[in-house]
Design a protein. Structure first.
Length: 220
């Protein structure tokens, strides 16, 4: 990974050199192994994170233990949950967990507030990321509230598979992605298997009829 991490973020790369130097002096590079809890409900936000590589999953857990993935943060992105907590001086209300090894830049809260006040380019970075992620969250709400679960499941299977015909995933992983219960997702998967569209094995799903899954995913 290049030492000049600012180049990963166009808004920062366009900053005056003095502003870039100031950020570099205050920032710290961090490495987080997969499975690390980056933040959790009730914890205060101490740093603004710029993800250089890897993926952080942001999810919320109900009192009954049901999980829903709100969004994922990958290389070249920032986290709206952290931004919101820093701006409002409030604690986190969701969990952030690394799905892979993650490399990131941490800008301390005081430096974040200073840059936000003094640098138009830094403000553009912060609020552009905020705006994009709000749209993503609205899409999650729309999906959970209005889309049929079997349709969303087919969409998720195809998205995870990409060009492959098999995926390594558990029923719980899919339930978390979809904001549903593992038992409900399990029943839907069994029905898809009964139709011959997929084949289930431990931690793996083979897509036998991708075309039929695509028809289901695109259905109204």
């Amino acid at each position: 990974m290049s030492d000049n991490w600012i180049e990963r973020f166009p808004e920062l790369a366009a900053l005056p050199l003095q502003d870039q130097r100031h950020l570099k002096e205050r920032a710290a590079r961090v490495a987080l192994p997969a499975g690390t809890t980056v933040f959790a409900p009730g914890v205060s936000a101490e740093s603004f994170l710029l993800i250089l590589g890897g993926t952080v999953r942001v999810q919320q857990v109900s009192p009954g233990g049901r999980e829903i993935v709100l969004y994922r943060v990958t290389g070249g992105e920032t986290c709206i949950m952290t931004t919101s907590c820093l701006l409002a001086d409030e604690n986190y209300v969701a969990d952030g967990v690394t799905e892979t090894d993650v490399e990131a830049i941490a800008i301390p809260k005081a430096a974040f507030e200073e840059a936000l006040a003094q640098s138009p380019g830094f403000r553009r970075l912060v609020f552009a990321g905020y705006s994009r992620r709000i749209s993503d969250l609205m899409h999650v709400v729309e999906e959970v509230a209005f889309e049929r679960l079997d349709k969303r499941l087919a969409q998720r299977l195809l998205a995870r598979a990409g060009a492959a015909t098999a995926i390594k995933v558990t029923h719980q992983d899919l339930a978390t992605d979809l904001g549903s219960a593992r038992e409900v997702v399990g029943r839907l998967l069994k029905e898809l298997e009964r139709r011959g569209w997929i084949a289930l094995s431990r931690g793996r799903i083979d897509l036998r009829e991708p075309a039929r899954l695509k028809t289901l995913a695109e259905g109204s």
